[in-house]
Design a protein around this ligand. Structure first.
Ligand SMILES: [Zn+2]
Length: 210
């Protein structure tokens, strides 16, 4: 390799591989791309003590300490989670959501007094996601174990969300439990996480039997 060629190669890759590795790792996070990842990494490097090290320490702690609740799928330090252990929660009303972010949205709004069940996704034949890939069997098991009387399906207004709601309604009717679904005056294709609290409250209040 000639001297000039080597110099050119260095100029093309001015970022040290270790920094570049960090940029690429951050760029893979949801909602981010290479440009925002570069900005984040430069910002962190410019504030190593005040931002970067505390962030690294927090990430390590969260990675080590946070557990998925074996009962409902919520994320918490306690196992079962704080919601599942809360005796004041009504055990007879169980709210089924797709993701933990949906559970958080409902909790932020303080709308649901019962417990939750996180499915971990929705059915999707194209992507090969079937009932066994979701936390459906544990949901059915909870109906008897916890004396559940009503299952509220709070799934998104997408085709997959509604397919999943219908599938669950059929499975749960066999258990003799009342099944309702939240109203969808909510934006079609919308996930719960994006709804304001008023819309979410209306959706939950106007739930209908399915
Ligand atoms: Zn739980």
């Amino acid at each position: 390799m000639g001297k000039q060629e080597g110099a050119e190669k260095r100029m093309k890759t001015p970022v040290h591989p270790r920094i570049d590795g960090l940029i690429q790792a951050i760029a893979r996070l949801p909602g981010l791309g290479p440009r925002s990842a570069r900005r984040i990494v430069l910002d962190l490097l410019a504030h190593r003590e005040s931002r970067m090290r505390p962030l690294a320490e927090l990430m390590r702690q969260v990675a080590d300490e946070i557990r998925e609740c074996p009962r409902c799928g919520n994320l918490d330090l306690a196992e079962p989670c704080t919601i599942c252990r809360d005796e004041r929660r009504q055990g007879h009303a169980l709210c089924v959501v797709e993701q933990v972010s949906d559970l958080w949205a409902l909790e932020r709004a303080g709308l649901h007094r019962g417990r939750y069940h996180v499915l971990g996704g929705v059915l999707n034949a194209l992507e090969g996601i079937g009932p066994k890939d979701l936390r459906i069997a544990p949901l059915v098991a909870r109906i008897d174990a916890e004396g559940v009387e009503e299952v509220i399906l709070a799934l998104s207004a997408t085709v997959d969300g509604q397919t999943t709601a219908h599938y669950l309604a059929e499975r749960l009717h066999e258990k003799g439990v009342r099944v309702t679904a939240i109203a969808h005056g909510v934006p079609v294709g919308g996930s719960l996480d994006y709804l304001d609290e008023g819309t979410l409250a209306a959706a939950l209040k106007d739930r209908r039997p399915v």
